[in-house]
Write a protein of this length. Structure first.
Length: 179
């Protein structure tokens, strides 16, 4: 478990399926991610099972909980994916599925926790990520914690009736050290 001042990141449990189904079937949330098919209970059960088996060394996925007094509440998920032990790199992803918790600083705090985990525990050399060009909030968050824009895939994703650029970002271990 990774614990910050107002959020904690804990491993995924089977009983989290209902949260994932709620968050990833909400059009307001899904507009920001590459997912485009309905998320089914069966596919999510399979994914969660894989986190303990075939994906165990490839995906470090967490549920993000906000600390509210003595209790905590799940608000989203984040993780490092495609963990590559040769090149020592991984891909960062984050979704706060509870919309009332957007733009309150929780994402920034959680992203710092996961990036520190990637460099300090997984011994990564590089963390990359991507965001649709219109997702200014996500791009701002990532740049705030040190990610640099590395390019863009022009009109790479079709979403809500039009093509969107994907902005590519990356953070190297040395840059993170200097922060
Ligand atoms: C993107 C996301 C993870 C950000 O987390 P968050 O907790 O909402 O963001 P934070 O409050 O920590 O920080 C967001 C920053 O963007 C700024 N911001 C908020 N809305 C903005 C907007 N519409 N345009 C530009 N900047 C915006 C905030 O002011 C803040 O910057 P500041 O700290 O300098 O003031 C979260 O909003 C989310 O999950 N959204 C839906 C799914 C998604 O977009 N996932 C990312 C896919 S790449």
């Amino acid at each position: 478990m990774l614990k910050g001042r107002s959020v904690l990141l804990r491993p995924v449990k089977r009983s989290d399926i209902s949260y994932f189904l709620k968050w990833f079937n909400d059009p307001e949330v899904v507009q920001y991610v590459e997912l485009y098919m309905p998320m089914t209970e069966m596919s999510e059960e399979k994914y969660i099972e894989e986190l303990g088996t075939t994906r165990a060394k490839r995906d470090a996925q967490f549920v993000m909980e906000v600390i509210e007094g003595a209790s905590t509440k799940p608000i989203g998920t984040c993780g490092l994916h495609e963990i590559d032990s040769k090149d020592r790199k991984a891909v960062f992803g984050m979704v706060i599925g509870e919309k009332d918790y957007w733009s309150k600083g929780y994402g920034t705090e959680a992203a710092r926790l996961i990036v520190n985990y990637g460099f300090q525990q997984l011994n990564l050399h590089r963390i990359s990520s991507g965001a649709f060009a219109f997702n200014e909030r996500s791009i701002k968050l990532q740049k705030k914690i040190g990610f640099r824009e590395e390019g863009r895939l022009r009109e790479a994703f079709f979403k809500n009736g039009q093509y969107h650029d994907l902005v590519l970002l990356g953070l190297l271990r040395e840059e993170w050290r200097g922060l």
